[in-house]
Design a binder for this molecule. Sequence first.
Ligand code: NAD
Length: 473
Amino acid sequence: MSDAFDIVIVGGGPGGYPAAIRAAQLGMRVACIERGERLGGTCLNVGCIPSKALLDATETYSLIRHGASGFGIRVPEVEFDLAGIMAHKERVVGGLAQGIDFLFRKHRITRVRGTGRIEAPDRVVVTPTEGGAPRTLTATRGVVIATGSDATPLPGIEVDEKRIVSSTGALSLPEVPRRLAIIGAGYIGLELGSVWRRLGAEVTVLEYLDRITPGLDAEIAEALQRVLEEQGFRFRLGTRVLGARRAGDDVRITVQPAQGDGAGAPEELAADVLLVAVGRRAFAEGLGLEALGVALDERRRVKVDARFQTSVPGVYAIGDVIAGPMLAHKAEEEGIALAEILAGQAGHVDYGTIPAVVYTWPEVASVGRTEEELKKDDVAYRVGRFPFSANARARSRRATDGMVKVLADAATDRVLGVHIIGPDAGTLIHEAVLAMTFGASAEDIGRTTHAHPTLPEALREAALAVDGRPMHL
Ligand code: NAD
């Protein structure tokens, strides 16, 4: 087998594998190095996909258990089988991993199992995961770093993935913990907290800030906190975690009020399992970047220019390892754009329209600017809101919690941001993403025909509300 390629990609996650596919579509010879057994990276193996499999399973259970009677459906007894839920998760992940293998074969992409080290801008040495002699791959057009991120550790807390877990351990707990404590009210904390809460765990979220999901529009974040509290989540905001340790069957967590002079007395909490979900950090260890002279920023992310080139010509980087939101679809867009750039095309990512979704129930989805950002930047804007309680379809689905919020430029009416909390928010947001991608005004959305009765009518109504003329409010 020849070891000469046009592009050599290090990392087979949601940044690396789409870059490989797009480059192959464009006629390039591509190698993708992945040390893991399966392609798909964190997202497919221990992130987005297994968490969604667990969220969908537990949401179904919860709907039957708590929601069926409201529809006039009697379910005398309902119980779950944790092993069965985990088997569902494994099937979903395994099937999708095979799917990527199939796509690699279809596009004649060479997959190399091992750990890559970039020896020169056109050369990567791979140490095979299963032993054997290192292999050197050469690249005529570029070497791509797509090595992603790993969980940020908290000083004073040692993750054992049994009782003190990262998201990886929290996706595979062997039994439902009676008391689950979570550090961090971000995406991971709330999604995995939802999974175990629905199965009966008492969930307490410890968050340093005085709000949940920093970065989300504050009004939407408050609404999310309220619904999660109704579901039984306990939030301790403004809480600093000083440390945690195993003590017999307990995990003891030391916390302290974060605000003020920090003089609040430390307090000890007990839990059966502690999930540490305080963010992720770029992962670029072992690639030989220092020797190569690839510049990193202050957060140890790989610095790139507008064409994803690092400080070393011929070496590129995409995804979680560079700046920007750590989202699979952002990495994918960057991978596709980079492949097109390397093929001489005008690849491009529209960073202003990358949606973000929290897959709780109800879901939260957003795109564009938040109200707080607009205020900070002194942008004059108008707001339109529409509650799902006034949407016919949401009522028939008994899913009336939440609202759609549209932010539009006061002078031009151009949509600047859309924030949704409610049923299927993660699906509904894409109409807003498309509208913003095409530079739509709120009036454009308001004048677009929406089928009745559907949930997207709530977006249309919120867009009309920007001009003070919703139809059903
Ligand atoms: P996050 O950045 O979303 O949230 C981390 C939270 O932890 C923040 O609220 C932060 O204030 C808090 N925190 C940080 N240090 C703390 C401390 N010492 N004590 C208490 N609280 C502390 O991070 P995450 O939830 O770990 O997720 C990691 C990454 O994975 C994120 O970038 C996220 O975008 C991505 N992710 C996305 C999805 C999705 O798109 N649905 C799902 C899961 C993860």
